[in-house]
Design a protein around this ligand. Structure first.
Ligand SMILES: N[C@@H](CCC(=O)N[C@@H](CS)C(=O)NCC(=O)O)C(=O)O
Length: 206
């Protein structure tokens, strides 16, 4: 069985676990990283020299980088529309997956670390406010796109929803002042109604 090495409260592990559940494959997840440790051992580093989670082990094949793992599982085991038959739709999935990681993830990381992982007394409130404002502008861009699309790529849930969908739970769960973005909210609520998303993404933020 495919193994996923990584703790369940990691947003990057969540991308993989949610995808596997939507595709309908069983994976064997192992608690690695964070409070569990184990990601600094020689054995782990031989699989993933970044010392980060997740890592996928599929027989002799090893893969790291969460978006690459989502694509691998989706192509190997997913069906259209999750992994679209159309070249153009697959490219659009990749566009939104890459856009999240390159553009929105940096400010989301600052917000998460400042609010969830940094004690009040050490918090950089100016940095936090700037990150919330920046993230809000990017979420507003997605909101505009979602005015004409049920999901990130067209009418159906695809792998293109995964990175943004995992981040959307955090955006809507953290105690921050959010701009009113009705299309984003409607899309996020449709994800939050899914069993696989509830099970793998909607976990306590720690
Ligand atoms: N670009 C990598 C980032 C991986 C990453 O930074 N993972 C974090 C958890 S979200 C990690 O391993 N942190 C150290 C730890 O959990 O011990 C990916 O998408 O897989």
């Amino acid at each position: 069985m495919i193994q996923i090495l990584g703790r369940p409260n990691s947003v990057n592990v969540q991308k993989v676990m949610w995808s596997a559940a939507e595709i309908g494959i069983s994976v064997d997840r192992h608690d690695i990283g964070g409070a569990f440790g184990g990601n600094d051992t020689a054995d782990y580093l031989s699989k993933n020299p970044n010392g980060r989670v997740p890592t996928l082990v599929d027989g002799d094949f090893i893969l790291w980088e969460s978006n690459a793992i989502v694509r691998y599982l989706s192509e190997a085991h997913g069906a259209s529309p999750w992994f679209p038959d159309s070249l153009e739709e697959r490219a659009l999935c990749n566009q939104w997956m890459d856009w999240y990681i390159s553009t929105l993830h940096p400010s989301m990381t600052v917000i998460f670390w400042q609010l969830i992982r940094t004690p009040d007394k050490d918090r950089d409130y100016a940095g936090l406010a700037a990150a919330i404002e920046e993230a809000g502008l990017f979420w507003a861009m997605l909101d505009k796109h979602l005015a004409n699309h049920a999901f990130v790529v067209g009418d159906d849930l695809t792998m293109g929803d995964v990175p943004l969908g995992c981040a959307a739970y955090r955006w809507h769960s953290m105690e921050i002042a959010r701009p009113d973005l009705p299309n984003l909210k409607r899309w996020w609520q449709s994800l939050a109604a899914r069993d696989a998303y509830k099970q793998h993404v909607m976990l306590p933020l720690t």
